[in-house]
Design a protein around this ligand. Sequence first.
Ligand SMILES: Cc1ncc(COP(=O)(O)O)c(C=O)c1O
Length: 385
Amino acid sequence: MNNTLFKGFGTRAIHAGLEPDPSTGAVMTPIYQTSTYAQEAPGKHKGYEYSRTHNPTRKALEANLAAIEGGKYGLAFASGLAAIDTLLKTLNPGDEIISTNDLYGGTYRLFVRVYEKFGLRFHFVPMQQLSSIEEKITEKTRLIWVETPTNPMLNVIDIEAVAQLAKTKGILLAVDNTFASPYLQQPLKLGADIVMHSATKYIGGHSDLVMGALVLNNDALAEQLYFLQNAAGAVPGPMDCFLALRGIKTLHVRMQRHCENAEKVARFLRSHPKVEKVFWPGFPDHPGHEIAKKQMRAFGGMISFTMKGDSIEEAFRAVSSFKIFTLAESLGGVESLAGHPATMTHASIPREERLKAGLSDSLIRLSVGLEDADDLISDLKQVLQ
Ligand SMILES: Cc1ncc(COP(=O)(O)O)c(C=O)c1O
């Protein structure tokens, strides 16, 4: 297939990096459920020796991931955190990282509870103000870690502006693109050096796998990461790679509906008398609205909201009463999910830290799925009654 024809996102999602299987002509990439490969003589093989190092299903997925993020190299990992972990292994004791202060709790836990012990130093700052990043830059800063939109406050960080700052200082910029998905936002095109995904979410899209991804253009860094992927070994299995490939084929269509549904739900919540505040970058008065318009194709499927009185008991009662939304961790699947970040996804962040980032006790996070928007709104109505 002629790659120069793969211009649109949908075409790339469905075809890029993929060929009919050479041995049978199977159109869908087969699940090469094998750990090892026959060799004719020691070292004489067809390019595959052992599945931690290479596997044809994973290879196809990695090429496809690179194509949908507009990058040269793609790497798949056993989870989103395994992808971040592998990137952190490129750093050395004493190196400093500046990170978004409002970020996924598991990333925070990996940074602080695992890597501080090995001598990495993290600074958490509100990246909506560029000056807060600048203030923390020292000669030891190696990496800026941006999550945008952030989890769960839906803050929007200007990737292009941070990339310019990072470039002038010779610091790498990595963007966790999980909330936006490659369909809505492509950080490499905005100047980022590395894109990371929890492919568990929108990329997989069906809540049936756990996976991570890194995509980048830098040859030397890619070589280091492929080395670490094999040397440390946090790779996904072929079945999960197949599921991710299958998910990606509908990513663009799913994202369009996620965004449409989220807009309807956000507008409903905003008009509800029991709701205090709705966090959704599509509202013109959202502080990141103009930046979101500039760097995203649409505003995404995630919404957070707080309730009047900010009572944790009220929030618990609400999230336990849904009939269509499921109370569960995770996001980005076809089904709508609701979560209480303070006690679920972000429980590993100390209360003072999360309150500083605006993550209050009654905050409820919604991953708006692909059900009929009217039904989702009816569910929210009965919950908020
Ligand atoms: C924004 C974000 N980044 C990273 C992760 C970690 O990914 P995984 O759960 O696949 O390890 C998550 C998981 O919820 C997430 O929401």
